[in-house]
Design a protein around this ligand. Structure first.
Ligand code: 2AM
Length: 201
């Protein structure tokens, strides 16, 4: 973990996320191709930047990163892998005045809210305030500087999504640039592996 910039050399911007397999991201891109011309004000996320955020930490001192990693590892180990599927399109805060266009997830075991809730609680003692808003698992596709009416455009995706395994969570760093952020996985933590009291590896 290196310095972010000269004015704030000792902090990094962090979040914890789940990644979606590239073929599913390609499918969503194909299925939303027509929206790129109809939604003129949208800034589309590159596929390499797409993810499902579980917990946003924001700025953190670099010397906190190893303590954060320990907490994320414990949470990851305490949940077994699960299956999710990308489903319908939606928008925040509303489809009439959208700022964020996203694709939602079907998560039959409620793994994502369970992970998000545990991360929220476990990271609070390290100084990261618990999330006040309800958790809505989503993968951001595009953002709007000026809120845009998108409701007429959000027809159902036609191809059925493939269910995919969620086997790990990533501690992510965001690098802010004038032309958009770039996200980097600092470390992936596998889910499960059972026994939390006796590490064998
Ligand atoms: P979004 O996709 O819903 O915009 C990196 O910025 C990731 O952290 C993004 O996926 C973004 O979620 C999320 N994020 C950014 N700022 C946030 C905030 N203040 N609260 C919660 N999540 C945030």
């Amino acid at each position: 973990v290196g310095p972010e910039n000269a004015s704030q050399p000792e902090s990094v911007r962090l979040f914890v996320a789940v990644h979606v397999p590239p073929d599913e991201l390609e499918r969503i891109e194909r299925e939303t191709e027509h929206l790129r011309s109809s939604l003129g004000g949208a800034r589309w996320m590159q596929r390499s930047n797409q993810h499902v955020t579980l917990k946003f930490l924001g700025r953190s001192p670099v010397d906190r990163v190893s303590a954060i990693q320990e907490v994320v590892e414990i949470v990851a180990r305490s949940h077994e892998p699960g299956e999710c599927r990308l489903t319908q399109l939606g928008a925040f805060p509303t489809t009439r005045r959208a700022r964020v266009l996203w694709v939602g997830l079907d998560d039959p075991m409620s793994l994502l809210p369970a992970l998000a809730g545990d991360l929220d609680r476990a990271l609070e003692p390290l100084g990261f305030p618990a999330e006040a808003r309800p958790f809505h698992p989503h993968l951001t596709l595009a953002r709007f500087k000026v809120p845009e009416r998108v409701e007429e455009h959000l027809v159902a995706l036609t191809e059925p999504g493939r269910s995919f395994a969620v086997t790990g969570i990533d501690l992510m760093r965001s690098h802010l640039h004038p032309r958009g952020a770039r996200y980097e996985s600092l470390r992936r933590f596998p889910l499960g592996r059972g026994d939390l009291t006796g590490r064998v590896d």
